[in-house]
Design a protein around this ligand. Structure first.
Ligand SMILES: [Zn+2]
Length: 217
């Protein structure tokens, strides 16, 4: 299934990506709501509302080949080891429940979805990438230089900002972006119905699309 990217009339400086993990369908719902709400003339972001359409249709984290796409980016730390995550029904997120093993792909960047996103980022050369995930309810600023954008988003949504995760994520998109000199934050929404999610996250996501570059003054 082809990936769609929604382009603003002007050259985008940001890229927003949702539903890289197909089990996180509400991120796609938010992206679609955003697309129906914003004035295209004021948008400065390209939006990929569903980066993993096969996974979304299957209500599964991985793509159709069973690969966790956020472990498949061609980073220096890519690992061939299966990636442990949680079964979709797991509500208690402790290490002992991290029993679902996903393939990171046969090689770095082996998956067509990742190849398409790498090509898109290379073509658009955005300064900032915002990757929507669920359900950790936080904004992740895992790499140097990402704190300011993460704070702009976290403040508007009342989310905590985290600087590290409790488990490694080799081959994730944020690491790849950091290696390219691109500011990338992971925006983790909570598990909630779409109307409640939109009420909470509309301001931050609207900023993500229309907000000016952060002031360096
Ligand atoms: Zn995710």
């Amino acid at each position: 299934m082809p990936l769609l990217v929604w382009m603003p009339p002007n050259t985008p400086t940001r890229l927003i990506v949702a539903a890289v993990h197909g089990e996180e369908a509400m991120t796609a719902g938010l992206a679609h709501t955003l697309l129906r709400t914003i004035d295209a003339a004021t948008s400065r972001a390209a939006i990929v509302a569903v980066a993993n359409p096969d996974g979304l249709l299957g209500a599964m984290r991985q793509n159709a080949r069973g690969v966790d796409l956020n472990r498949n980016w061609p980073t220096r730390d890519w690992s061939a080891a299966p990636s442990p995550t949680f079964w979709p029904t797991t509500t208690t997120r402790t290490d002992e429940h991290r029993t679902q093993l996903s393939s990171p792909g046969s090689a770095p960047g082996s998956e067509p979805e990742v190849q398409a996103l790498v090509a898109l980022i290379s073509r658009l050369a955005p300064t900032e990438v915002i990757d929507l995930h669920a359900p950790l309810e936080c904004v992740l600023a895992l790499h140097p230089g990402t704190e300011a954008l993460a704070a702009e988003l976290a403040d508007r949504a009342g989310l905590p900002m985290l600087h590290e995760l409790d488990s490694p994520t080799p081959g994730d998109s944020g690491t790849w972006c950091a290696e390219q000199g691109i500011i990338s934050v992971t925006y983790e929404i909570e598990a909630a119905p779409l109307p409640a999610l939109w009420e909470r996250h509309a301001a931050a996501l609207t900023y993500a699309v229309t907000g000016s570059e952060r002031s360096t003054l």
